[in-house]
Unconditional design. Structure first.
Length: 342
C-alpha cells in the first residue's frame, strides 16, 4: 500500500472528526488498462472534496457526484453498509468514462461511520509495522491484524483485506552537497529521509534550512543503523567517502533487512572496500554481494543532481522489483558515481 493512501486515511479522519460525512472507495478488481491498481484508495467528503484517486481521473467526476448526492441525504436514508460499484462493464461505458483499452473497475464504496480504527492504523504504520485491514461488507465491521511481508490485497465478495505498510525510508550516511540534493528528490518521491553525519561542519550546513520529511539522526553511522530498526522498507546509502564512517555503516546495513544498500565510489574503490570488509569484518559473501557500488544507474551522471537521479533510479528499480539482474544492475551502476569518486 502506498503512503499516499495513508494520507487519504489521514484526510478522512480529519474530515470525520470535523463533523463531515465521508465515504471511502477502494479499487478491488481491474481488467484491461486500468489506471490505478487494486487497493488504491479515495475519500469523498459530503461537499465533494476528495483525497486520493481510484482511476487517475477517469471516473472520479461521476463517483464524486454519486457519492455527494448520497452523503447529503438524511442520515436515515443513507446506505449504512459498504456496496459494490462497477465502471466500464461495457465498451460504451468504458468509452463514456474514458477508461483506456476497455478497462474495467470494480470498487467497494464504504461509509465511514467511525474513524477510531484509522487512529490505530496510522499509529502502527508510524511505528513501522505492517497492518492488514479487513472489512466485512455485510455489516461494515473493520478488524486490524498484523500484516505479513509478501501479503497482497484479498477480496472474495464478502470481505476485503487491504495491506497498509510503513513509509519507505532512505538513510543517508553523510551530509554533503550530494546528500542535500538527494534528500530533496527523495522526499518528492515520498520517502522519509534520515541523514547521519557526526561531522558538525557538514551537518550544520545541511540543517540550517530544514526540509520537510528530512531529519538528522545523531551519533555515529553504525549506531544510527542499529537504532533505526532497519526493515525491508529501508534503503541505506553511504556517501561520505570516509572509510571510518562509511564502512561501519555498511557493516551494519549489509547484515540488516534493508532492501537496498549502496556506497559512493569508483569501481576500484568499491573493490578495495569489499576486500576490506571481507578481511576485517564478519560478513558473508552473500551479504557483500548486496552492496550496490558504484551506486546508481549508468546515465552518464556528472553533477550532484544527475548523480542523485541515478541513485534514486536504481533504488526505485530495486524497490519495485523491476527485474534488474545482478549483472545488469552492477554494470549499469558504474558510470553514475565515477565522476566524483576517488
Amino acid at each position: 500500500m502506498e503512503s499516499l493512501d495513508l494520507r487519504v486515511l489521514e484526510d478522512a479522519r480529519v474530515w470525520r472528526q470535523a463533523g463531515h460525512a465521508v465515504t471511502l472507495v477502494t479499487v478491488v478488481e481491474t481488467w484491461g488498462s486500468a489506471p490505478r491498481p487494486p487497493g488504491a484508495l479515495l475519500a469523498v467528503r459530503d461537499d465533494g472534496v476528495v483525497s486520493g484517486s481510484v482511476s487517475g481521473g477517469c471516473v472520479e467526476d461521476d463517483l464524486i457526484a454519486r457519492t455527494k448526492a448520497e452523503l447529503n441525504q438524511a442520515p436515515s436514508e443513507r446506505s449504512a453498509k459498504p456496496a459494490m460499484i462497477a465502471y466500464g462493464v461495457s465498451k460504451e461505458e468504458a468509452a463514456r468514462f474514458g477508461l483506456p483499452c476497455g478497462g474495467t473497475l470494480r470498487l467497494v464504496q464504504e461509509p465511514l461511520h467511525d474513524s477510531a480504527w484509522i487512529d490505530v492504523l496510522l499509529q502502527q504504520t508510524a511505528d513501522h509495522r505492517l497492518v492488514a485491514r479487513t472489512l466485512t461488507l455485510s455489516n461494515g465491521a473493520v478488524v486490524l491484524t498484523p500484516g505479513q511481508r509478501g501479503q497482497s490485497m484479498q477480496f472474495d465478495g464478502l470481505t476485503l483485506t487491504t495491506l497498509f505498510g510503513p513509509r519507505w525510508r532512505l538513510l543517508l550516511i553523510g551530509a554533503g552537497q550530494l546528500s542535500q540534493v538527494l534528500a530533496g528528490m527523495a522526499t518528492a518521491l515520498d520517502f522519509e529521509v534520515l541523514i547521519c553525519d557526526p561531522r558538525e561542519e557538514y551537518a550544520q550546513t545541511l540543517f540550517e534550512r530544514p526540509q520537510p520529511n528530512v531529519r538528522r539522526v545523531p551519533g555515529m553511522p553504525d549506531d544510527a543503523v542499529r537504532e533505526l530498526r532497519v526493515d525491508a522498507h529501508t534503503a541505506i546509502v553511504a556517501l561520505t567517502h570516509d572509510p571510518k564512517l562509511d564502512d561501519m555503516a555498511l557493516l551494519e546495513a549489509l547484515a540488516s533487512d534493508a532492501f537496498y544498500v549502496g556506497a559512493l565510489g569508483s569501481k576500484r574503490n568499491q573493490a578495495t572496500r569489499k576486500q576490506r570488509l571481507a578481511e576485517h569484518f564478519d560478513l558473508t559473501k552473500a551479504q557483500l554481494d548486496r552492496l550496490h557500488g558504484p551506486v546508481g544507474l549508468a546515465i552518464g551522471a556528472r553533477t550532484p543532481a544527475e548523480i542523485a537521479v541515478a541513485i534514486l533510479a536504481e533504488i526505485i528499480a530495486v524497490k519495485n522489483s523491476a527485474g534488474l539482474s545482478a549483472e545488469k544492475s552492477s554494470a549499469a551502476s558504474r558510470a553514475a558515481a565515477t565522476p566524483v569518486a576517488v
